[in-house]
Design a protein around this ligand. Sequence first.
Ligand code: SAM
Length: 302
Amino acid sequence: MIGRMMRNSVKNSKKQSTLAKTARTDGSLTLVATPIGNASDISLRALDTLRTADLIFCEDTRQTQKLLMMHGITGKKLVAAHAHNESHAASKILAEVEAGKQVAYASDAGLPLISDPGETIMQVMIDAGASVTSIPGANAALTALQLSGLPPLPFYFAGFLPPKTKARCDALKLLEKIPATLIFYEAPHRLSETLGDMLHVLGDRKAATARELTKMHEEIQRGTLATLFADAEKQERIRGECVILVAPYSPETEQHDDADETDALLLQALKTLSPRDAAFDVAAKTGQQRRALYQRILELKK
Ligand code: SAM
């Protein structure tokens, strides 16, 4: 019995080593995670893969070239594969892999596919039964979640919201009752309007913003949607890439909806009106007392 097991195990290990050889000589695609700010945040395996790849497809050849140079990797052939040519690039990648090449794919920052190109490439590879693997690494959503102070699990990663207010509010409405920490990516110039829409649709929940992660001016702000919105409104120009995180839905947060709605209206009015006029404006819209609204404005400004 033991003899048979040993014979089987020798047979299996022979089979495995043949498989390992096949895996080494067959072509394959490797998705490579790159830094989200700090150039040192790249794994040894990622660098090794980039160094030894026959061909590197990337979102922006200049960006990837810069990264390679920083790590002393020279003489590599880079080919662009971005949102506008992804289907075409996917066919090229598949042809290279089928010809036995080791191909790497990197987006500009973080994980390919995660609010970045790569989905079509992956689909084409999977449909063709080609070999694909991924080297993990930096990711803005999860780094922000770790630092946010909000419940880490469950979380719901929504990526970028639509850029126009109506579509953004419609998208937020669909997420309103998810009992999970919500994670969004946002461009700095849209931060304040997006926080305003979140306050309006989701109510005044605990929230956090994470800017410039892994960089010298990394900044995490923790508060509520109202305080973060008021803060963003005060700033003339917000710099740096940003992640917004919002606490999970709970039935208790819903009870504050009326107050949140009023705060959202006041903050919206304050964008163009003085505190006095904003109180008048919202009093006219909601039938609430102007004096109480003015007091609330003073609190929000604090
Ligand atoms: N693939 C990337 C990843 O795995 O995180 C995301 C790329 S997506 C095009 C870029 C967005 O990610 C930015 O607009 C911002 O919301 C977020 N982001 C990327 N780097 C960041 C950083 N260093 N700090 C904060 N947010 C960042």
